[in-house]
Ligand binder design. Structure first.
Ligand code: XMP
Length: 251
């Protein structure tokens, strides 16, 4: 259901962009007396950015930076304010034993997240399978990190990319997270798993060109800093959608 909802939303809006909303105010590094006000400022910023770009994005990905600063109640409010115009993906890259992964997933699904990102390297049985079982009972999704964007990922994680894809499939994950900075992994995953949902970070701030991951076989590109740090996020989001369309047209 998550996959279908995401694809439908993307098709209706004509976009294959997911916004990574990693806003952070370092609120807990500040004196306690300042925190409430800073939290309100950060929340206002989050609302403004999503409102500005909502017609250009299919989903918002929220991870620890924002959750740790504003808390789950505030994230709950953000999600309720913008659903069903977009989906929400929780990026905690969960990598614990299944019992704990499932506790975490249950919390984030309960406040309205549509999917959660996990590390399949912890294994299927008593690892990520409990998360996918819970997710599917609730009509939610699980996305598995099978290779990463940064240089250090090449020294270990990315070497095991095919095994990670296999573990993700065994656990019935709904999709793979694969790096735009190493498009060869995207092409290979697409070749091996024709119908898989593939989402790729790494475009924009991390250097890969907009549209490059989709050209390699991804369904969605995840964009963070390039949009939320821009002086005009709406304009950047619009340009990114156009650049992706153009790149895809050119093949
Ligand atoms: P930027 O600001 O670089 O944000 O556009 C990228 C977002 O994607 C996340 N990220 C990754 N997530 N595998 C993942 O699952 C990766 O290889 C990877 N690289 C970046 C990052 O957390 C940020 O939200």
């Amino acid at each position: 259901m998550f996959k279908e909802n995401l694809r439908r939303t993307a098709e209706v809006k004509g976009t294959r962009i997911v916004l990574a909303l990693d806003l952070q105010g370092g609120i807990y590094t500040k004196p306690k007396s300042m925190r409430a006000e800073l939290k309100q400022e950060l929340l206002a910023k989050a609302y403004n950015i999503i409102s500005e770009v909502e017609s250009y994005i299919a989903a918002v990905k929220i991870g620890l930076p924002l959750v740790l600063d504003v808390g789950l109640d505030s994230v709950d409010q953000i999600i309720s304010s913008f659903k069903p115009k977009m989906l929400f993906i929780c990026d905690f890259k969960t990598a614990d034993v299944g019992f704990i992964n499932k506790l975490v997933a249950n919390q984030v699904f309960s406040i309205g997240f549509d999917a959660i990102i996990v590390h399949p390297m912890v294994g299927v049985v008593e690892g990520i399978k409990p998360v996918s079982e819970l997710a599917h009972n609730l009509g939610k999704g699980v996305l598995a990190v099978c290779a990463m964007t940064h240089l250090g990922a090449q020294s270990f994680l990315n070497k095991h990319f095919k095994e990670l894809l296999k573990l993700a499939c065994e656990a019935e994950a709904d999709g793979f997270i694969l790096p735009a900075t190493y498009p060869e992994y995207i092409s290979e995953a697409r070749r091996l798993y024709r119908d898989a949902l593939i989402m790729s970070p790494g475009v924009g701030a991390q250097g890969a060109a907009y549209g490059s991951a989709i050209k390699a076989g991804a369904d969605f590109e995840i964009v963070g800093r390039a949009i939320y740090d821009a002086s005009n996020p709406r304009k950047v989001a619009e340009d990114v959608v156009k650049a992706v369309e153009e790149a895809v047209k050119q093949g």
